[in-house]
Design a protein around this ligand. Structure first.
Ligand SMILES: CC(C)(COP(=O)(O)OP(=O)(O)OC[C@H]1O[C@@H](n2cnc3c(N)ncnc32)[C@H](O)[C@@H]1OP(=O)(O)O)[C@@H](O)C(=O)NCCC(=O)NCCS
Length: 246
């Protein structure tokens, strides 16, 4: 059952759990989030999850999509994990989705429902405005998707891709540095606490040398491991919206 968050007190409650959402967001089906994450107006999220420190801009639609930590998803991005059959008489859901027209005709026999193919967006991915991601695609950690791209194939970690269909433009870092970044699992550590302590090295032009200080902080405990609290948001049988820890 769909959930709209028009009510200020409901949104204040969600913010206290770490989900910042304006009015006009629609959440339908299962929804999981980690504390903290941010949504902008007119997003539609159906069977989606968003991990900590990620934000979703205006008019984004995510369906059967998992979003990792530290992701930036620009306006009008579409990630739809469901497909319609292309080898049947018709692609219309009237043939395979019991719920599509039963409001009009009651239950009618249907063929097997079309399988959904989940989209997986890794940690620290930036998706540019208006990009479209095809069902079943996995976008690796640290990848960048150019504005207006149509992503039909998996994207390797730390690759920048663009165009229709999306092709590799370049890699963000050398292969060696990418392997070190992936091996560090830095997204599992308390980076915000480290930033607050003012001891975070300058990682703006990341090199093997500056990344060594990130590894040192992880190994010495300056940035302790963290597992942000995760929640499930759902509508109860009685109709009210509930949040539970997972
Ligand atoms: C993909 C992107 C990050 C690449 O930036 P960059 O590394 O500085 O790349 P460059 O501008 O040097 O372009 C490299 C090549 O890719 C092409 N290219 C870059 N962005 C492209 C895009 N979105 N679509 C198609 N081709 C693109 C360029 O034309 C260039 O091709 P050429 O080598 O044949 O001339 C950037 O172009 C982009 O799309 N950013 C997203 C912007 C956005 O949506 N912001 C929203 C705010 S959250």
């Amino acid at each position: 059952m769909a959930m709209f968050f028009t009510n200020d007190s409901m949104r204040a409650t969600l913010a206290s759990y770490g989900l910042r959402t304006p009015p006009g967001v629609l959440i339908d089906g299962s929804f999981h989030f980690e504390d903290p994450c941010r949504l902008a107006a007119n997003c539609i999220l159906q069977h989606a999850s968003i991990a900590a420190y990620s934000y979703i801009m205006h008019n984004v639609q995510l369906e059967h999509t998992e979003v990792g930590r530290y992701c930036s998803i620009a306006r009008n991005v579409t990630c739809l994990g469901s497909t319609h059959p292309t080898t049947s008489l018709s692609t219309s859901p009237v043939f395979y989705d019991k719920t599509s027209f039963n409001w009009r005709f009651g239950d009618i026999p249907v063929f097997e429902p079309e399988a959904t193919r989940k989209i997986r967006i890794g940690h620290d991915v930036w998706i540019g405005a208006n990009a479209v991601v095809s069902p079943g695609v996995t976008i690796g950690q640290g990848a960048v998707i150019g504005a207006n791209a149509v992503v039909t194939n998996d994207v390797d970690p730390y690759m920048i891709v663009a165009g229709v269909p999306a092709r590799v433009v370049r890699s963000r870092f050398s292969d060696r540095l990418i392997q070190r970044i992936l091996a560090s699992n830095w997204t599992d550590y308390d980076i915000p606490a480290w930033l607050k302590s003012n001891s975070m090295p300058d990682t703006r032009n990341l090199s093997e040398k500056t990344f060594a200080s990130v590894e040192n902080a992880i190994n010495s405990g300056v940035a302790p491991p963290i597992r942000p609290q995760a929640y499930r948001l759902f509508r109860r049988q009685q109709g009210d919206i509930a949040i539970e820890k997972i």
